[in-house]
Design a protein around this ligand. Sequence first.
Ligand SMILES: C[S@@+](CC[C@H](N)C(=O)[O-])C[C@H]1O[C@@H](n2cnc3c(N)ncnc32)[C@H](O)[C@@H]1O
Length: 211
Amino acid sequence: MTAKRSASADFWEPRYQDADPGWGRQPNIRLVTLLPRLALRPGLAWDIGCGHGGDALWLASAGWHVTATDVSATAVRRVADAAKELELSDRVTAQRHDLSRSLPQGTFHLVNACYFHSPAPLDRNRILRNAAARVRSGGCLVLIDHGSDAPWSWRPDGRELEFPAPAETLAALALGPGWRAEMCERAERAATGPEGQTATVTDNILVLRRV
Ligand SMILES: C[S@@+](CC[C@H](N)C(=O)[O-])C[C@H]1O[C@@H](n2cnc3c(N)ncnc32)[C@H](O)[C@@H]1O
């Protein structure tokens, strides 16, 4: 656990303090649909940048033992509280980490990173490479990234944000021959904003298996 505040914590902590605690408790639909195709038996999972824990809680309810990490102490506390409410505390370990400074212990059958993006400075590729190093043989690193943002998303200068294509992320991670890319694609989905507004957005999906 990190004690000192960081630029990431300074950006994210107030946002979680202001957020409705019930927001972000649903799992990412991409994860829900792709996980059964990975032929992984429920084991040890790590949810990077877990937010309010939608994915971590869903994985735990499906039998996984999940380490859920986030830089926001408020988000981490809410995930632990939700796990207790749902009687999943024995399967969810919620820990605060600024992942540029510290990582949870252990190795995992599944490492999941959904929308692990940040307007605060974030050495994302280094963190993801460190996370990949914790994936067990036969296990998967799942990255569900934004490919485009929604009009209601946080836009510092009002312009649409740009994100690397999945193949660019794959190349930037440069994980080497011990990995097989099982999915490297873009997919559109309908998104609904906080006031019920709708838009079509793109997700970038990478599934990398350690062979
Ligand atoms: C866009 S949100 C995605 C949250 C969640 N995974 C989801 O899909 O709803 C990015 C998350 O990454 C976390 N985060 C950002 N920088 C981080 C860092 N350096 N270490 C750990 N978590 C970080 C944020 O607090 C936030 O919860």
